[in-house]
Write a protein that binds this ligand. Structure first.
Ligand SMILES: Cc1ncc(COP(=O)(O)O)c(C=O)c1O
Length: 374
């Protein structure tokens, strides 16, 4: 008869040990930022804004240098008013974080206990699962046929222990999206006890009239949170600032565990300035719209499958033949000073994700891949 051995007690261990599950978490792997032999490689690996950021935001950041001795406004009141005014939202339903990343962690911490589960897309952004596992929750991955979020696949995974459903729209790393009508159908199919978290980090880049950023769905629902970031179209990734629009009771709950000074003076003030600079935002969008279409067409012309993207990147599938694979293409591009994102860690070993660059970058990527494919 097999003898059952009890797991060793953490209190009896010879050193402090992380709680169960923590060491099973695979850490988030950011896009590469270094290429051997290049001081300034062209970084198309993290979906940053290739145009930089608004000059007004930069000026606000520099002006904040005179107040490094002061704590920031813990409620981000000026930014709260600016975001609420821009999007027509109730200020008290906004939560600000040290990047969307922190907001997502806080949401997990508020809603999950061991034994609960979250659902996300098969290729979904890694941060949701990390935060959920840290809370002892199970992560369920809904298949994404044709690289698209599938509402029925998500609904099929819901059970009585489901607390959160994360949908990235447009999705990362695929760039694909679901319509406002599909999102509403997903919401309608969820029990009211399940929070639907719509991560709309790339919403500003989606220009199809059928796309919806989720804010109107969230307005009247008790169980929808929309998250947004200043890291992408606003070009403030270094400052780490993002926000959520949540039901009032959820915003209140999140605020109770939010570190009181989680967003800096510089980040808050640069974000206010960025929000007011429509010219920079419009130029960023125009660049992405033009070169996203061009890259999709050119890479398609090389015989590669390109997922239809509504974001500031494209996901392209490389051949499987030795010498032509995604990993080899990534290395080849890096040898020429171009960093793109291998997405094997997302379960897409045959694909590369390429952030839209300036004209010369996009042309160089196509030229290099043409040479690579021979
Ligand atoms: C889908 C998605 N959500 C959230 C984030 C994180 O954004 P932030 O920089 O605001 O933490 C990213 C960043 O790459 C992302 O791709």
């Amino acid at each position: 008869m097999a003898v059952m051995t009890a797991p060793p007690s953490r209190a009896m261990a010879d050193r402090p040990t992380p709680k169960p599950g923590i060491l099973d978490i695979v850490p988030y792997k950011p896009g590469k930022s270094k290429a051997e032999g290049f001081d300034n490689p062209v970084k198309l690996s993290s979906n940053e804004n290739i145009l930089g950021c608004s000059e007004a935001a930069k000026a606000a950041f520099i002006a904040a240098a005179g107040r490094l001795n002061l704590y920031p406004d813990g409620r981000s009141d000026a930014l709260r008013e600016a975001v609420a005014g821009k999007y027509g939202l109730e200020p008290e339903r906004l939560v600000f974080g040290d990047g969307t990343d922190e907001v997502l962690h806080l949401i997990n911490q508020v809603y999950l206990e061991p034994g609960d589960n979250i659902i996300q897309g098969q290729y979904g952004f890694g941060a949701y699962a990390i935060g959920a596992r840290a809370c002892g929750a199970e992560v369920r991955f809904a298949p994404e046929p044709n690289l698209r979020i599938d509402v029925d696949e998500i609904l099929g995974l819901v059970d009585e222990r489901t607390r959160l459903v994360f949908v990235t729209n447009p999705a990362n790393p695929t760039g694909t999206w679901i319509s406002g009508a599909e999102m509403a159908r997903l919401h309608a199919g969820l029990p009211p006890s399940v929070m639907l978290v719509i991560d709309a980090a790339y919403a500003e880049f989606a220009n199809d009239p059928a796309f919806d950023d989720g804010l109107s769905l969230a307005r009247d629902a008790v169980n929808v949170i929309v998250t947004r970031t200043f890291s992408k179209i606003y070009g403030l990734a270094a400052l780490r600032i993002g926000w959520a629009y949540a039901p009032a009771d959820a915003a209140d709950a999140i605020d109770r565990i939010r570190p009181p000074f989680n967003t800096s003076i510089a980040a808050q003030e640069a974000a206010v300035a960025a929000l007011a600079d429509d010219d920079f935002k419009n130029r960023s969008l125009a660049l992405v719209e033009r070169w996203r279409a061009w890259l999709t067409q050119q890479l398609g012309g090389l015989g590669l499958d390109v997922a239809p993207s509504a974001a500031n990147y494209v996901l392209v599938r490389l051949p499987t033949a030795p010498g032509k694979t995604a990993a080899e293409a990534e290395a080849f591009l890096a040898r020429h000073g171009y960093l793109v994102r291998g997405v094997a860690g997302y379960g897409l070993p045959e694909h590369l994700r390429i952030t839209i660059g300036l004209e010369e970058h996009n042309r160089a990527v196509v030229d290099l891949l043409t040479r690579f494919l021979g």
